[in-house]
Design a protein around this ligand. Structure first.
Ligand code: DGL
Length: 265
């Protein structure tokens, strides 16, 4: 039986999930958090669903060994590939996945055209097609895979001229199609909000799902009487690549350089 004080495991292919971890920490400051960055296998966006499922099984097993009371897939690509598999493996374990914010975007758009920036894996998945069927209604949804963005962010590049050019090339067709709402359908992309703001007109809304994921985690923990009430322990980080590389980038994306350990094989 899980205890209130047990930690919550949060994972991503790399550092993108830190944008979700931040929302979780703000909303649930009493929760102790474990974060796994699967940097040895990033990017997930161009890998097969089977490969990603294996990685997620490994990381879920690790969180369970650490006594995690819940898991958050802070990665859209991992969610489409692996959330169903993990739910069938661990039916009683609270598990939060994430998906591009099509529903709120369709409700918010005034031009009737919405753009989605996401990985190839997310955009090509059956789960994303089902999301469009369910929530797009009359709204036209224009999708844009963004190969290369994740690698820039993983290397700590949030502003370079090369990145700016790459991002502009992804955003321009969406603006040309008349999008007034852009969905950030990959957890790495919120780190590019400042750069994006220089590329899109101010009236274009940019939305992501980090805060919604934190609310969903809160709901699930509350339903099971698992919300922590004591002080949180220091957030613990693991990576499947060189811990020094994550340690170097944490101050930029997280704010403080905590201790980082190597994820056991
Ligand atoms: N951060 C991930 C997502 O939300 C995936 C990035 C990647 O590894 O391609 O989709």
């Amino acid at each position: 039986m899980a205890e209130r004080a047990a930690p919550v495991g949060v994972m991503d292919s790399g550092v993108g999930g830190l944008s979700v971890l931040r929302e979780i920490q703000q909303r649930l400051p009493h929760e102790s958090l474990l974060y796994v960055a699967d940097c040895g296998h990033v990017p997930y966006g161009e890998k097969s669903a089977d490969y990603i499922r294996q990685r997620c099984r490994h990381i879920a097993g690790f969180f369970r060994e650490q006594g995690a009371k819940a898991m958050v897939l802070a990665c859209n690509t991992a969610t489409v590939a692996a959330v169903a598999d993990l739910r069938s493996l661990y039916p009683d374990w609270p598990l939060v996945g994430m998906e591009p914010a099509v529903k709120p975007a369709a409700a918010a758009t005034r031009s009737g055209v919405v753009g989605v920036l996401a990985t190839t894996g997310t955009l090509q998945s059956a789960k994303f097609a089902a999301l469009l069927d369910r929530f797009a209604g009359d709204v036209r949804v224009v999708t844009q895979p963004c190969p290369g963005l994740v690698e820039c962010i993983e290397s700590g590049d949030l502003h370079s001229p090369r990145l700016r050019q790459l991002l502009a090339g992804f955003v321009e067709p969406l603006l040309a199609a008349g999008c007034d709402t852009l969905i950030l359908g990959c957890t790495h992309y919120p780190f590019l909000r400042p750069l994006l703001a220089t590329l899109v007109p101010g009236e274009v809304a940019i939305i992501d799902t980090g805060a919604a994921v934190a609310r969903q985690l809160q709901r699930l923990l509350h339903e099971r009487a698992l919300l922590a009430d004591g002080p949180a322990r220091e957030t613990a980080f693991w990576t499947s690549a060189d811990p020094h590389a994550l340690l170097r980038i944490l101050p930029l994306l997280w704010g403080k350089a905590d201790c980082v350990q190597r994820l056991p094989l």
